[in-house]
Design a protein around this ligand. Structure first.
Ligand SMILES: Cc1cc2nc3c(=O)[nH]c(=O)nc-3n(C[C@H](O)[C@H](O)[C@H](O)COP(=O)(O)OP(=O)(O)OC[C@H]3O[C@@H](n4cnc5c(N)ncnc54)[C@H](O)[C@@H]3O)c2cc1C
Length: 358
């Protein structure tokens, strides 16, 4: 048996960032990850957007989570010698004169804490861009090539031996007074952290939480002539650079029960939204689909299981895992070390009343 401090289940963006955080603190970490191609993290467009929705609201805790995430991915890119993160501006295109007026009215009390670079009220003239009512240029966000980053981190993990790309079977985990042992892997650990995304629901310990899987699709498109220096956002986002010469257009949201075949429906929906942003011809070159770990109150789920002190969860990231994971991984690492608290609105203890026992 080999001894570890932490056993992490899942190497999506949540598990990957948490593993790096814990390893950086000198802990012995082992990660299990089932190498499936269409996990939420692998299909995500990687967008980090400070202002979301038609109401132009600042995203939840943007000031506390976005700047650390940007710094984190920049430092990680430097460490790995490849640009995974682009600090690109986001152009939030106004869909109508009314939207433009709404944004201007909100600008009077500056609710965006510096995330808005400028607001254009005249039509924005750029090749192929449809923005007759102008738009707002956002800064402080950007986009991450999540799948490529995870592949690079996994390569390091395989080489160093801290990542095992195999399915973890919860039924073989046995706890004793001081931790757990997992016979199939010949390992012992003091802590186990479930980072399985929506897969946490299928395991034996977290099914009581109000996690609701939400299926989403993105399209990869080639749009010759469309400027790739910014992200476009209106109804859909159009993110450059996920692959050379291509854009990723997203995303759809579907609640269970999931239809078996949605390809055409999602394609039509996303292609229609793209056509609202550009009059250039485009070719669909791929479609990806994954399941988001969404939560009833739309806040992440972090912290300890109500009755199993060795077991924690790092999940519930919904549609925001990329921007939230770095700040919250540091918070969870502090909490598990006994040197910090979790924000009450992310602590899964807010749902302990739902737990009815094993
Ligand atoms: C279409 C789409 C577009 C999106 N776009 C964005 C975006 O632009 N920006 C953004 O911030 N977020 C986006 N999201 C949301 C984002 O993908 C999620 O918030 C995030 O990926 C969740 O990460 P996770 O690590 O918690 O879960 P996951 O990515 O699901 O990772 C869980 C991992 O656990 C592994 N696993 C599960 N069970 C086991 C087991 N028993 N043994 C071993 N391994 C196991 C899985 O194989 C997987 O690798 C998007 C999601 C979708 C579906």
């Amino acid at each position: 048996m080999t001894d570890y401090d932490y056993l992490l289940i899942g190497h999506g963006i949540a598990g990957a960032v948490l593993a790096r955080e814990l390893r950086g603190r000198g802990h012995r970490v082992l990660v299990y990850d089932e190498p499936r191609p269409d996990t939420a993290s692998r299909v995500a467009a990687g967008l980090m957007n400070p202002v979301a929705g038609k109401r132009f609201a600042l995203t939840w805790r943007a000031l506390e989570t976005l700047p650390p995430a940007v710094a984190y991915y920049q430092a990680l890119s430097q460490e790995l010698g490849e640009e995974f993160f682009q600090n690109a501006p986001i152009l939030k295109v106004f869909g109508s004169a009314q939207e433009q007026q709404q944004m201007l009215a909100r600008a009077a009390d500056d609710p965006w804490q510096g995330f808005v670079e400028k607001i254009e009220t005249a039509p924005i003239a750029r090749p192929g861009l449809l923005a007759p009512h102008g738009g707002a240029w956002l800064r402080g966000g950007g986009h991450l090539r999540v799948e490529a980053l995870l592949a690079a981190l996994a390569e390091g993990g395989r080489a160093a031996g801290w990542l095992r790309e195999e399915t973890f079977s919860w039924e073989h985990l046995v706890s004793d007074g001081t931790g757990v042992s997992y016979a199939p892997g010949q390992v012992r650990a003091r802590h186990v952290v479930c980072c399985q995304g929506a897969g946490a629901l299928a395991g034996p310990h977290f099914g009581w939480l109000p996690l609701t899987p939400n299926q989403g699709a993105v399209l990869d498109v080639a749009v010759p002539g469309l400027n790739a220096a910014q992200v476009l956002n209106r109804g859909a986002y159009v993110v450059p650079g996920v692959a050379a010469g291509q854009f990723r257009v997203g995303a759809t949201y579907r609640w269970p029960p999931f239809a078996e075949v949605l390809g055409d429906v999602d394609q039509r929906e996303l292609a229609g939204r793209l056509a609202g942003l550009t009059d250039l011809p485009f070719e669909v070159v791929g479609e990806r689909r994954g399941v988001r770990p969404a939560v009833r109150d739309r806040r992440p789920l972090l912290g300890r299981h109500p009755t199993l002190p060795w077991l924690s969860l790092f999940g519930g990231f919904g549609s925001k895992g990329v921007s939230l994971a770095p700040r919250l991984a540091a918070q969870l690492a502090d909490y598990l070390a006994g040197s910090g608290e979790l924000w009450p609105d992310v602590n899964l203890a807010r749902y302990y009343a739902l737990y009815k026992g094993a």
